[in-house]
Design a binder for this molecule. Sequence first.
Ligand code: SF4
Length: 453
Amino acid sequence: MKFSSVCLALFAATSADAFRPLSASPRRAATVLQQSSSTEERALSKKEERLRMMKSPQFYRQGFKEVREGVEKSMEEQFKGEIVQQLRESNYIMERDGVKVYLAKDFGFCWGVERSIALAYEAVEHYPGKTVHITNELIHNPEVNEKLEDMNVQFIEKLDDGKKNFDTVKEGDVVILPAFGASFEEMDRFDKMNVEVVDTTCPWVSKVWNSVDKHQKAGMTSVIHGKYAHEETVATTSFCEDYICVKDMKEAEMLSNYILNGGDKEAFMKHFEKGVSKGFDPDVMLKKIGLANQTTMYKKETRAIGQLLQKTMMKKFGPAEIKNHYMEFDTICDATQERQDAVVELVDIAKADGLDFILVVGGWDSSNTAHLLEIPHHAGIRSFHIDRAECIGADNTITHRTVTGEIVTEKFIEDLSKDVVMGVTSGASTPDKAVQDSLSSIFLLKKINGENK
Ligand code: SF4
């Protein structure tokens, strides 16, 4: 686990591509006016404005080298898991205390999360005397956020109406932007204040922002496959002009149906009211659409939605016109795909060898972890999403989050007198330590039961 130079090099290459300025002039409303070389004033697009903010001497994206070594050591100590390492070294299979464990081949921290944590920790070390704030959870993992609280990082308060209380941020303070980014409005606010900004946004997220900018330049409305209230989608929509969010195939079908057949506009808008841009008019704004996504959605669903929307626009405008009416980029990040593919493998093992259950470890708010659960759930395999080892009770209960988002407690291992065969994986924001602690709890539960027999 290292925030290594390889990671930095990859980041540099990705970010350079993601933020390459585009030459065409913006289509619609823009934020600021700029003096062009011909002395005519022209508006900057949101992307150009974002690039301008990022060039500020008070905006940091590369971390702080002088504290890097210490931060790497402390991350190793906090997050590594010896049992997980042993599993890796033994071809992802282990037997202990009557429990056989299959570990998914890809699991746990992705490089974007490691990079984000490293940047945040480095910021705290680099500014020892300053008040350091963060606009949101850094990543969706309770233990990592608790560590930041222990380091005295101030989480900007969320108010009941969904807005945030920025009054605590004062001149000279430091503000960390989390892995899933910050909205255009937040970036603009900090740009206008005398604060140091440490941006830990994952470059994969910036890549999506780049896609929606391309939609705007082509005069298209962005259709975002994502949850409208998720922090990443909130940030992405803030970089759009016209947009509509669809959370799943059912909503994509509603959209497709409206494009093809029209219908009850009021009912359509009522359904999507929280996930559309201001002044959205489905009769005007669905003639040209581009697909983007929250980086951590279920990949198969994003692909299926893309195919549906492409077919819809072909049917509506004819195959020869499709390029003028539909645009799509693959912006599901590799880490998400790899972790989902590895769970599919676990499901295959479960079907062939009979796993008693699959355990998915990760924050309950973590979208990518929740999608990992959907794979075994839809395959009919007993599966549990827990956010920490303490969810496994000594009384053989498990408190877990279901695919519908409920938190329930139920009996865990069905027959403790028999050997257990299980699969385990973890989300991209989950430290190995959380997996290790969960496995240790299961080994102990089984061992104690065996001794009591
Ligand atoms: S899951 Fe993907 S988008 Fe999210 S932080 Fe990791 S690499 Fe970045």
